[in-house]
Design a protein around this ligand. Structure first.
Ligand code: FDA
Length: 396
């Protein structure tokens, strides 16, 4: 049987980064993945340009921007290997990048540059990547572990589970990391699709479907959490960054409050138009301010009709409320088929925040998305993959 110093399960962002760190420390590292190519999610991320980190991530902002049963768990790894540290790596590799929106950093060129950087780190020492190799189980074997794979058994004193979550099974997600954790008696927190479009019931869709394709800035609120981002109407419900963000907080049966004209006063702006162009039809006046199909929808929902000049201030307020205080109750989400990440996972209560080692199973580590740490949209999830991978990479 082959013996290695470290076996890493999963050649995604977390696994490859951890492998590079361990190789740099002179360890003999085997990385296993059942896919034909490494880092497939990196390749498709950020529209092919990989939003690899976020500059707004600080020790102060982190607890808010990462969801977990223990919101402080991620702080140790995130503050020992920071966004600035990863930017320095990207710079050293000569990868050009730019900032897009709210601290989000993207490659100027293709995301495959990041994969090449990670593979080059792995190849710089005693590292081997074995693809088309499905991990089936991990067992305790003496002081170390035996990993059963579709290509036979391999052994090491350190095993790092970096197999990701359940999101996008078509891209290789299997959820095996959770089964490995359970087989060693580790606890799991409930998993659910996150950063995912939300869907409407048939009767709501009948009214909103004509707006499919409309994108506009919105403020979306769930309880005390709100996001000011773009919103997109779809044939199934709602999507866009505002909805993906709030989806991590929303639960079945919950209401969302949307302001589709955020930061402005719709009634006042309509009253101003009324003073100069009152003869225009109400929905046409509204269509000067918001997309036409949304204007038609809002006017129909309020039951108003006629010219703008026919509407008194109370009518304009009612119409404005329809858009400033739109309440929707999605029935579900598009699920793991399109979710960018999995919320929940291996309980942080059973892991050491400094090393990511399972407290009760010395030598077994969990990093990246498989852990119950889920970031906001905008590069936070990759930063968690780098930081948690780095933390384990220093000790395996
Ligand atoms: P990841 O899923 O990357 O890797 C797990 C690996 O394990 C995979 O290669 C898989 O094949 C392998 N594996 C699974 N089961 C196995 C088994 N049984 N045997 C062997 N191998 C197995 N985040 C961000 O910060 N910025 C962004 O721009 C984006 N964009 C984005 C777009 C899309 C479409 C998605 C789906 C996701 C994103 N994300 C993102 C999220 C980001 O991709 C995600 O958080 C990281 O990829 C998680 O890294 P991991 O290494 O933990 O898992």
């Amino acid at each position: 049987m082959e013996n290695w110093d470290v076996i890493i399960l999963g050649a995604g962002a977390a696994g490859l980064f951890c492998a590079g760190e361990a190789v740099r420390r002179g360890r003999r590292v085997l990385v296993l993945d059942h896919a034909a190519n490494p880092g497939e999610k990196i390749r498709i991320s950020g529209g092919g340009r990989c939003n690899f980190t976020n500059r707004e991530l600080t020790r102060q902002s982190a607890p808010e921007r990462f969801l977990s049963e223990n919101q402080r768990f991620a702080l140790s790894a995130l503050s020992r290997f920071t966004a600035a540290d990863f930017i320095a790596r990207i710079d050293r590799a000569g990868i050009a990048w730019h900032e897009k929106h709210r601290g989000q950093l993207f490659c100027d060129g293709k995301a495959t540059q990041v994969i090449r950087m990670l593979l080059s780190d792995l190849g710089a020492g005693a590292g081997e990547l074995r693809l088309d190799c499905a991990v089936e189980a991990v067992r305790r074997e003496g002081d170390g572990f035996e990993v059963a794979t579709s290509l036979g058994h391999v052994r090491a004193p350190h095993v790092v589970v970096a197999t990701g979550g359940k999101s996008i099974p078509k891209m290789g997600a299997t959820g095996i990391g959770y089964r490995i954790a359970e087989s060693f008696g580790l606890r799991l927190t409930e998993t659910r699709p996150a950063l995912v479009p939300l869907t409407f019931a048939e009767q709501d869709l009948a009214r909103t479907a004509p707006m499919a394709g409309i994108a506009l800035p919105a403020r979306v609120r769930h309880g005390r959490t709100s996001f000011d981002e773009d919103l997109l109407f779809t044939h199934r419900g709602l999507s866009g960054p505002a909805i993906l963000q709030i989806s991590s907080y929303w639960r079945e049966g919950d209401m969302l409050n949307l302001d589709l004209f955020p930061g402005r006063n719709l009634a006042q702006e309509l009253a101003e138009i009324r003073s100069t162009a009152g003869r225009v039809a109400l929905h046409n006046a509204l269509a000067r301010l918001i997309p036409e199909k949304l204007a038609a929808y809002a006017v129909a929902e309020t039951g108003l009709s006629g010219r703008l000049a026919d509407q008194n201030n109370r009518a304009l307020e009612r119409l404005a409320d329809q858009l400033h205080k739109w309440e929707v109750r999605p029935v579900g989400s598009e699920g793991y088929r399109t979710a960018e990440v999995t919320l929940g996972g291996v309980s942080t209560a059973d892991l050491d925040a400094k090393t990511m080692e399972a407290r009760a199973v010395p030598g077994l580590y969990f990093i990246g998305e498989v852990v119950d740490v889920t970031g906001w949209l905008g590069g936070y999830n990759f930063q968690w993959a780098w930081s948690s991978g780095w933390a384990a990479g220093q000790v395996v």
